[in-house]
Design a protein around this ligand. Sequence first.
Ligand code: SF4
Length: 242
Amino acid sequence: MTTAIIPTLHLARVYEKLIAFYGEPINEPDYDPLGGLVATILSQHTSDINSGRAYQQLIERFPTWEAVRDAPTHTVAEAVKSGGLANIKAVRIQDVLHTLTEQQQEQGNTQPLAEYFSHELTNRTTEEGLSYLRELPGVGPKTAACVLMFHLDRPAFPIDTHVLRTARRLGLIGPKVNADQAHTLFAKVTLPEWVYPLHVNLIRHGRRICHAQKPECDTCPLYSECAFVGSVNAQETAIPMM
Ligand code: SF4
């Protein structure tokens, strides 16, 4: 049985104000979750530009994910070096590819790895997909949600540093809620069609106005909805833990 998602009034006001100020971003999924998973691993601890370059160099050097899997690890690291932490990321990528290959072999499946993985995820609900992804080596809740949301247009809410900071300050979640807990809380109150725009707009807000250091509260479009400046009380607005 699925539980109806009912956004809190505060979340609804924040959502509307973000849309009014930053616009409504539209997701353009590529329906390539394996490429998305590799790209997300490459994006850890680096800029979008550097990780995008690393991904491009990886797919130019190796024609298939099977070739990446079977290559000497140092050659994969060499291909992704512009994304930083290349040795660690190369091992992570190959671990994931080997794990998927083992699963596939156990099932007697002979599809290309990318098709197999896509099929596995498409046949699962969003919740099941998140659990499945999190069982892969090195895949945490943020990476799992990124793959589902960006690449398959599923309502899974990635919580990155900007989302966590702005959500805490606004009083959408309590001040001590961690990223893991925030994933669960947002899933309870965010309408599926809000997930992508809310995620993107909270990141925009965190980057442009609600900086980690010196947030620009004087010019903030969310001033009237913010627990940090005392306009709302987080004890009343935060999504309850239970
Ligand atoms: S008022 Fe300040 S702390 Fe609150 S959301 Fe805006 S910039 Fe962030």
